[in-house]
Write a protein that binds this ligand. Sequence first.
Ligand code: NAD
Length: 498
Amino acid sequence: MESVQARNFINGEWSSTAETFESLNPANSRHIVGTAPKSSASDVDAAVAAAKKAYESWRELSWVTRAEYVDRFAQLIKRDTESLSRLVTQECGKPINEGRADVVEALHMAQYVAGMGRMPNGYTISSEIAAKDAFILKKSKGVVACITPWNFPVAIPLWVVLPSVLAGNTVVFKPSEETPICGHRLAELFAEAGFPAGVINTVHGFGEEVGDPLVRHKDVNVVLFTGSRAVGKHIQQVASQELYKFAATEMGGKNAVMVLEDANLDIAVPAAVMSAFKTTGQRCVSSGRLIVDKKIEPEFTKRFVEIASRINIGDGLKEDTFMGPLINQEGVEKWNRHNGMAVQEGAEVLIEGKELTGPDHACGNFVSPFVYRFKDYKKGTFCLREEAFSPHVAIIGVSGMEEAVEVYNDTDYGLAMAVITEDYRKWRWVRDHADFGLGYVNLPSIGAEVHLPFGGVKSSGNGHPGAEGIIDSVTHRVAFTVNHAKEIAMAQGLSTKF
Ligand code: NAD
């Protein structure tokens, strides 16, 4: 693929900056996927001004008319599924099957949002007074900043951009600096779909130079952020300085698969492998912890380690690759750091992961799985509590369901969990006592669908899950009451005499 020159898209016009940065293929650093503008606060100002201006006319359109723009966009995603999938794989390293799943998820979101245009955007509700009609309406908020991570570079932007514009808001989209070319391609498709100038603006660049001024901008009403806990916390703190500004932040996780005593290992082992190694452990819902009842732990571990030792690691464009590279060298350093901590904290290393340097791996950020065991749980262990965002996986022995959940909950995060059991009473107990936003039974801890809420609790999210529920984050729910009588009657028996 030829190297692409990404540009900003502001007020319907393409532009660049004097300085640019490169986006490298994580499987082969000699392949420059493209270059992108290294924007600054003045580009943010221009994009927000364009969005603010466009808001005045965009909000006047009906939900159905706005949905038609989204529908046109959905058709373009469908048309370009194959080329987008390859781009995802080349820019963020996922195996092509996962690149395709990213784009299909994006398509599903576009279809879902287009359909939402014909769904209720409010409802009537009775008043205490028979002659009054009361309504609850969802009204747009204004300019929405969409700040997104690299690991789902096509799907996640659409989770946030499309519901925002359907509801009548306008958008400034800041793609991840790791995947600007995917962001640029989306901007090209927004333009081709015919969204009016200023409705969706795209500004490329880095967190501190573009993301931060965007969050602080006085004319940004809503921030929809998906990314790490540290940045999400910072954004919440900045946004809270203005009373009118709202930030929904979806962040990381330290997820787990809990394998209970009665589990079917033919489900438990593949569920654990997928949870641990899909996207090279770089999903927010990846499981770095396999919490296994001691009664079956030896057999589970034997089978898990056997598979983890022989998975295919390589360039994602090869059809037989199961695990691609890490996104960058910082990711490799973080993986090394967490491995070192596990050893320091007394883990028994079962597979000593390595940085791969052979002929197929020399120019990429490839590592093999690091798998370790704690026969007993030690409360507060760093490597069992913090997100490693890599193939760094602990097997932890526990005695019974209650201890499994206690171990699961011993982290500040609360995003995704899976429980493997044949006993409906057990999964129900786990459901009611584990802290999570996404729960699965006899499945991996991964597998989002766009019509389900997607978000975490505790430090994983601040209670505004994406996907299905995002319209609530980008609208005000307003009450609107109409009197049909010839005189005024008030609720609560309030007197009208004066
Ligand atoms: P990141 O937090 O480093 O970056 C995310 C985005 O924030 C990028 O666009 C970045 O440029 C921007 N940013 C960075 N500093 C900023 C600042 N000071 N102000 C404003 N914006 C700033 O995350 P990442 O490395 O791209 O993604 C990985 C993280 O995202 C992991 O922790 C993962 O668990 C999480 N994630 C969460 C979800 C979810 O839905 N909960 C989904 C995917 C990824």
